[in-house]
Design a binder for this molecule. Structure first.
Ligand code: GTP
Ligand code: MG
Length: 195
């Protein structure tokens, strides 16, 4: 019998979710993959991965199918060593902060430094996600306000946020949900551009 159409090339991208305790890393993944949100908080111990596929419209060509291997890691510091083992070979890091938690935004630099050191990948991709925008506006960090504060405290830190990272912040809500798919579209595009 005639053989089937030749195997189409499938791109596989490893992506790691990072960020402080409780910012919503686990919720981000379960909303994206299972379309489920839980308001009960169960902290992640260690970490694990789930896989899914998505289509990316790269240019005017046919959509490209991308396999995403999405690693959820623990925000708790005592699991850092375990998490670091998961970073190896990751094409893209998604740094998540909580838009109502200033400290979680400031922490992102540390997470990025840790990731860069342990991923063993040249120029990995970066997506920054501000989660929980469903919360009231008064509770939310105003990025425009934070940037000058960072600048005053540490000009280099400010530079990193704005220039080095070359990444815009994607503001999302896992609860609503809002812009969750956009995060992984960006991840897939970034991963493709590097493969
Ligand atoms: P660790 O595993 O401990 O590192 O935390 P995590 O980053 O995985 O956070 P998780 O996804 O478990 O969410 C923590 C808490 O925030 C849970 O109670 C969630 O219900 C809540 N949460 C997550 N996303 C949102 C959101 O978009 N809006 C609101 N209002 N709450 C959210
Ligand atoms: Mg978690």
């Amino acid at each position: 019998p005639q053989s089937e159409t030749p195997n189409t090339l499938r791109h596989s991208i490893k992506v790691v979710l990072l960020g402080d305790l409780g910012v919503g890393k686990t919720c981000l993944r379960s909303q994206y993959i299972h379309h489920v949100f839980s308001s009960a908080y169960k902290t992640t111990i260690g970490g694990d991965f789930l896989t899914t596929t998505t289509e990316v419209n790269n240019s005017d060509d046919k959509p490209i199918t991308v396999n995403l291997q999405i690693w959820d890691t623990a925000g708790q510091e005592r699991f850092n060593l375990i998490s670091q083992a998961f970073y190896r070979g990751a094409d893209v890091a998604v740094l998540v902060y909580d838009v109502t938690n200033y400290e979680s935004l400031i922490s992102l630099q540390g997470w990025w430094a840790q990731f860069s050191e342990h991923c063993h990948v040249d120029a990995p991709g970066l997506v920054i996600v501000g989660n929980k925008i469903d919360r009231t506006a008064e509770q939310c960090i105003d990025l425009e306000e934070v940037r000058p504060i960072l600048c005053r405290n540490d000009p280099e830190q400010f530079e990193n946020y704005i220039t080095d990272w070359k990444s815009d912040v994607l503001e999302v809500s896992c609860k609503q949900p809002l812009s969750v798919d956009a995060v992984f579209q960006r991840v897939a595009l970034l991963g493709l551009s590097k493969s």
